[in-house]
Design a protein around this ligand. Structure first.
Ligand code: NAD
Length: 290
């Protein structure tokens, strides 16, 4: 297939490389980077002309809004516009509506799996699209991922992504504060892990991504909290989930508090650039009244 790929950063670069590897004819565009092995166009519109599928992998909703406004008029009727960035549910729905009005098919397909998953081609895609659009897109996404989940109509992929990451942020904080409490109660971290990872407090953050160094499977904690998944990206996703909760009138007190804590961590407590599991050394240093 002819694929236009816009946004070739940490995630988009390796994703586009996997599409090339799978035999697709990829034309890329990025305002900054020029990765090797992908033919580059002079503009986003040029990368999109004649493409069967256009994929965007951009930093945020405002940029997706601007880039898709430029790309939609350049695309061929019947082609698929697929945004893989993590953005607001509302932005995903707006882009799909605009694309539909121009005779295009549209999907939101945010991912989980991080930079490692993008390079290995093992991402999970959460797709919001009409069933016929999903059927057209699925083989393309398979070249970049190992699990492609059709979540529903446009917007549903973003909804799944931000709900998942709201659970992830809340659970990471709960796991870290429990470790810090266990420390102060004189419980060894190994005992804490051995019990919780096999008891009702178990979770992905404890069992697969343990925030305590030297305990459980290898994780960013064993690597000086180098990301992994950076705290500022967690803050972005928690902010998106709070915007969605506000718009949908959903009561999400734990999500709101998790956002507040990651905001403080990133903006005032030196958390920027550290993995989101670095909440553990943060809690370690604190006292009840602080
Ligand atoms: P990144 O900043 O590395 O890449 C974004 C790229 O977009 C950059 O190369 C930038 O130059 C380019 N860009 C910005 N404005 C542009 C424009 N107007 N036209 C063309 N290109 C433009 O970010 P990333 O880590 O690749 O993340 C991309 C998206 O994926 C984000 O929405 C992020 O939330 C999501 N995501 C990231 C991860 C991760 O672990 N990094 C995991 C899951 C989802």
């Amino acid at each position: 297939m002819k694929i236009g790929f816009i946004g070739l950063g940490n995630m988009g670069g390796p994703m586009a490389a996997n599409l090339v590897k799978a035999g697709h004819e990829v034309t890329g565009f990025d305002t900054v980077v020029r990765p090797e092995g992908v033919r580059m166009a002079a503009s986003a519109a040029d990368a999109s002309r004649d493409a069967d599928v256009v994929i965007t992998m951009l930093p945020n909703g405002a940029i997706v809004d601007a880039v898709t406004s430029e790309v939609i008029p350049a695309m061929t009727r019947g082609a698929v516009l697929c945004d893989c960035s993590t953005v607001e549910v509302e932005t995903a729905r707006l882009v799909a509506k605009r694309a539909g009005a121009a005779g295009l098919l549209a999907a939101d397909a945010p991912v989980s799996g991080g930079i490692g998953g993008a390079a290995a081609g093992t991402l999970t895609f959460m797709v919001g699209a009409e069933p016929a659009t999903f059927a057209r897109l699925e083989p393309v996404l398979q070249a970049m991922g190992k699990r492609i989940v059709h979540c529903g109509n446009p917007g549903a992929g973003q909804a799944a992504k931000i709900c998942n990451n709201m659970i992830l942020g809340v659970t990471m904080i709960a796991t870290c504060e429990a470790f810090a409490l266990a420390d102060k109660l004189g419980l060894s971290r190994q005992s804490m892990f051995d019990v919780v990872s096999t008891s009702s407090g178990y979770s992905w953050t404890m069992n697969a991504y343990c925030p305590a160094p030297g305990i459980g499977p290898q994780s960013p904690a064993d690597n000086g909290y180098r990301p992994g998944f950076a705290s500022e990206l967690m803050l972005k996703d928690l902010t998106l989930s709070q915007a969605a909760a506000e718009a949908a009138d959903a009561d999400t007190p734990m999500g709101a508090l998790a956002r507040e804590l990651y905001k403080r961590f990133v903006e005032d407590e030196d958390g920027r650039g550290k993995d989101f599991s670095a909440m553990l050394p943060r809690f370690e240093k604190r006292h009840r009244s602080a």
